[in-house]
Design a binder for this molecule. Sequence first.
Ligand code: HEC
Length: 217
Amino acid sequence: MFAFLRNLKAKTIALLTLAAAICFTAIACAGGSPTPQAEGSSSGINPEVVVDYIHTVLLADRTAYTKHVVNRLKTLEGKPKEDGVVPAEATEAWKETGGIPLPAQMFRLGSEIAAEEGTFTYGLISPWNINDSQAPKTDFEKEAMAKVVETGEPYKDYQEIGSQKYFSAVYPDKAVAEACITCHNTHPVHQERYPDKQFEMGEVMGGIVINLPVEGT
Ligand code: HEC
C-alpha cells in the first residue's frame, strides 16, 4: 500500500516537472522573436519593429556618409573647409560641377532606388526645410514633426493616404557632424527663410519619415 503511494507520488512529480519544462520552453521561445501581429506588414512582423530596423540602416548609412565622406572634403557648397583633406566639393550642383552629392541628395538617390521595389517609401522632412518638397505635408507628418522636435523621440502611428493605409514613423534627424550645422546655418535659403534659427550640434534638424503599407482594417 505504502509502496503504491510512493510510486504515485514519484509519477506526479515527474509529470509536474515535464509540464514546467514545456511551459518554460514556450515562454523562452516567445520572448526571443518579434511579436507577431494580425494587423501589420504582410510578413506578419509587428510594423513597429520593421520601421525600427529600416531606420537603423538608413541612419547608419546617412551618418557614415556625412562623417566619413562629406566631412573630409576641402569644400562644402562653395565654402572652404579648414580641416578638409579630400580635394573635392559636396554641392547641390554636383552633377554639373564634378562634385559629390549633399547628404540629403545622397539619401534621396537611395530612396528613389528603394522605391522601385514598391515595398515601402522613406524620405526627409523638416520644419526648416531648404528644399520646398521636403516640408511636412500630411496631417500625420505635421503633427509627428512637431512632436519629434519637441521631444527628440520618434513618433509612430497609422495614417491613410488615398485609399492606402500605412504604418508611418518619423525619427529625429540630428546634427551628427559639424558639416550639418555649418552648411545649413550659412545656406542662403536657410538665412532668408529662418534668419533666427541657428542649429547646434546634436539638435533635431528634421525628420526621417518611413511609410510602411499595411492591409486596411
Ligand atoms: C554641404 C551642405 C550640407 C550638409 C553638409 C548637410 N546638409 Fe542637409 N541639406 C542641405 C541642402 C542644400 C538641402 C536641401 C537640398 C535637397 O534636399 O535637395 C538639405 C536638406 C536637408 C534636410 C531636409 C529638409 C530640407 O532642408 O530640405 C534635412 C533634414 C537635413 N538636410 C539635415 C541635415 C543633417 C542632419 C546633416 C548632417 C548629417 C546635413 N543636413 C548635412 C545642405 C547640407
